[in-house]
Design a protein around this ligand. Structure first.
Ligand SMILES: [Zn+2]
Length: 258
């Protein structure tokens, strides 16, 4: 299932979806925690300014990511496990490219602008419409899944950019796998339609759930890609909130080449 390609560049280790790599006008990367400058417990490519790491270290880590992607800007927002969107229309302000908004759906059609989602177990789901040349990056944890943030992102792409769901491609990042996604209070936290995703008592396949939510939004099965890599299991490669609690955030980026 893990058909993603792994690249090493100057200490950085990056996964890529073969489905998205086929589009030469596109840049994307599922970054790991490796190759940055932060020290424990944020070692080393922590991209979040809100987890207690040094600002200077995070700024350098973001610079490394932007440089590796070959993009002119990197935009991110305050993630809040909701379904609000931000359309990045130009180069974002702020020294580290932070948007001063809360959003879990980032959209742009501007070449050179990278969209960054920060994670430690949550999914980042990349979307691309090759005809309209629009990219999206969606922060999708279980709370986002309960709100069907992926369906909301597809709707925004339709409304704002005229995208047709059947034309969209999507790739799900490394994230909490069915091996580790334990929800002891699932009856309270999940709607009954999620319960069939239970793979053994209290453990859920959130990867398959996202796949099904994307299909329900109108995407074609052959346009979907899934990393199949669990962040909690792979401590050397990924931050995991469930595993470590106080920890960093790795990042997933997509953008159109400048
Ligand atoms: Zn696992």
């Amino acid at each position: 299932m893990t058909g993603y390609w792994r690249q090493e560049a100057g200490g950085l280790r990056i996964y890529q979806s073969p489905l998205l790599t086929a589009f030469t006008e596109l840049r994307h990367g599922f970054f790991t925690r490796q190759g940055g400058v932060s020290s424990e417990p944020y070692r080393s490519l922590n991209l979040s300014l809100t987890v207690g790491d040094r600002r200077k270290a995070v700024a350098e880590n973001r610079r490394l990511v932007q440089q590796e992607m070959g993009l002119t800007a990197l935009a991110d927002a305050t993630q809040e496990h909701g379904r609000r969107e931000a359309v990045v229309a130009g180069n974002p302000g702020g020294p580290a490219g932070e948007l001063k908004v809360a959003a879990d759906i980032l959209l742009t059609d501007r070449p050179g602008v990278g969209l960054l989602i920060k994670q430690a177990d949550c999914q980042a789901v990349l979307m691309y419409d090759p005809g309209r040349r629009v990219v999206a990056n969606v922060h999708c944890g279980w709370r986002g899944q309960v709100q069907n943030v992926l369906g909301a992102a597809v709707t925004r792409l339709k409304e704002r950019f005229g995208c047709c769901p059947a034309d969209l491609y999507a790739a799900v990042s490394p994230s909490l796998g069915p091996c580790c996604a334990e929800f002891r209070h699932f009856r309270r936290e999940f709607p009954p339609e999620f319960w069939p995703y239970q793979v053994r008592p209290n453990y859920f396949d959130l990867w398959r759930l996202s796949r099904d939510q994307l299909l329900a939004a109108g995407l074609q099965p052959e346009h979907l890609d899934l990393a199949g890599l669990c962040t909690r299991c792979r401590a050397a490669e990924f931050f995991s909130y469930r595993r470590d609690r106080v920890t960093g955030r790795h990042g997933t980026v997509i953008g159109l080449k400048a």
